[in-house]
Design a protein around this ligand. Structure first.
Ligand code: CO
Length: 186
């Protein structure tokens, strides 16, 4: 399983809903988590490994060395709040750069777990940002579509330079988000 890099058109497509509780999703989620950890990611969406299904894996508990992946099937933002904040984000599909993206700090997300149970997760800080970033992937949005138009010009320029310099997934020119803002799952 390899990471699909921008500008691969797969990343711009809208992913299909999964059948909640489908046993095949467990295998997919395990593979996705492996790819995410191998590349030091805190989140990964299925389209990033070439699978156009609505499933994401996140682990924003970066102070915990033990892997604690959370898999979200058909995730949907049901609530967001707070004054929008502009912060740098990295993406395994856009190696070598970080791009400022403006997002509300807090989100509540409804999803199914791998057993098909309905769940919700709430988060701000890194988790809130990561959930929004990964759900963007399911709707065919990468960093370049999520950022402001003016930042997009710079981001595309930086990305060309990064690719030319041989950037690999997991590399960002700056941290994915400020690490002093720890996730708070409530
Ligand atoms: Co990404």
């Amino acid at each position: 399983m390899k990471i699909v890099l921008s500008p691969d058109p797969t990343l711009r497509q809208v992913a299909e809903p999964c059948t909640p509780g489908d046993p095949a999703l467990k295998k997919l989620a395990t593979k996705m988590a492996k790819v995410m950890y191998k590349n030091d990611g805190v989140g990964l969406a299925a389209p990033q490994v070439g699978v156009l299904k609505r499933i994401i894996v996140v682990d924003c508990d970066i102070e915990n060395d033990e892997p604690t992946p959370i898999t979200l099937v058909n995730p949907q933002i049901v609530e967001s709040s707070g004054e929008p904040e502009k912060e740098n984000e990295g993406c395994l599909s856009c190696p070598g750069i970080s791009v400022p993206v403006t997002r509300p700090p807090f989100v509540k997300v409804g999803y199914y777990d791998l057993d098909g149970n309905e769940c919700t997760i709430e988060g701000d800080g890194l988790l809130g940002r990561c959930l929004q970033h990964e759900i963007d992937h399911l709707d065919g949005r990468t960093l370049f579509e999520s950022c402001d138009p003016l930042d997009r010009i710079q981001a595309l320029r930086d990305y060309d330079a990064a690719l030319a310099a041989g950037a690999k997934p997991g590399q960002t020119s700056s941290p994915i988000a400020e690490t002093d803002k720890m996730p708070q799952v409530r």
